[in-house]
Design a binder for this molecule. Structure first.
Ligand code: MN3
Length: 254
């Protein structure tokens, strides 16, 4: 090996070592930064109690097949519901709003339309996931069944009226069975992401059962056939959960 060769080899090794040190340093710094931002995020989540998060779906995305398909459930939960939460968190920060979701809905006229739509969206979807389950459907029993029969004559009559209301909702919105402020069961429909808990709602009361009739809830499987989606939806109702909603709405002191 000549001196020149040996020099250039030393140069090469030196440059290589410097390059390794430099890149390792950069990677290590990037790692430290990533860890720091992770810690900051976790800390701010702990400190900021007004931050809303996506509740996990109580069943798998494909659990409601064939009535509601996996892709619709996955997009509906991880994209649509998550977007309401993200927008709500941002709006709460901008408008300096703290407090529970229920307290925001109860004083909704104080806030922007953005808060209204996204707070409603978060509440409605959190409610909606729970009143469905795999192998659901059938008919209600117990006190809820008695109340439905007393108000609407039969369960079949109730379903017809509920379906009709859901079909007549123009554009995007929800249809509901709710307990009104007089303690009577009532079928009603709200536009956009409104619900009965909003202080200025036409249907003040407590939701017992509700269906999302936004196209995003059914378009992938049913396209424009809202009636087919509504009919299929009755097969996934979690009547135990609906009965619980009724029991807590009619509980003494309510
Ligand atoms: Mn929806």
């Amino acid at each position: 090996m000549s001196t020149n060769d040996s020099n250039s080899r030393r140069d090469f090794l030196k440059k290589g070592a410097l390059y390794t040190i430099a890149t390792t340093g950069i990677i290590a710094s990037a790692g430290a930064l990533a860890r720091a931002s992770d810690v900051t995020e976790k800390l701010s989540a702990l400190i900021d109690v007004s931050k809303f998060t996506l509740p996990p779906l109580p069943y798998a995305y494909d659990a409601l097949e064939p009535h509601i398909d996996k892709m619709t459930m996955e997009i509906h939960h991880t994209k649509h519901h998550q977007a309401y939460i993200n927008n709500l968190n941002k709006a709460c920060e901008q408008e300096n709003i703290s407090g529970s979701l229920d307290s925001i809905l109860a004083t909704i006229s104080k806030y922007s339309v953005t808060v209204r739509n996204n707070a409603g969206g978060h509440w409605n979807h959190s409610f909606f996931w729970k009143i469905m389950k795999p192998n659901g459907g059938g008919a209600p029993t117990g006190k809820l069944a008695e109340a439905i029969n007393a108000t609407f004559t039969t369960f079949e009559d109730f379903k017809l009226k509920f379906n009709d209301t859901a079909m007549k909702r123009f554009g995007s919105g929800w249809s509901w069975l709710a307990l009104d402020l007089n303690g009577t069961l009532e079928i009603g429909s709200t536009a956009n992401q409104d619900n009965h808990l909003m202080e200025d709602s036409n249907y003040r009361g407590t939701p017992i059962l509700g269906i999302d009739v936004w196209e995003h809830a059914y378009y992938l499987k049913y396209q424009n056939r809202r009636a087919d989606y509504i009919n299929a939806w009755w097969n996934v109702i979690n009547w135990d959960e609906v009965a619980k909603n009724y029991a807590s709405a009619t509980a003494p002191g309510k």
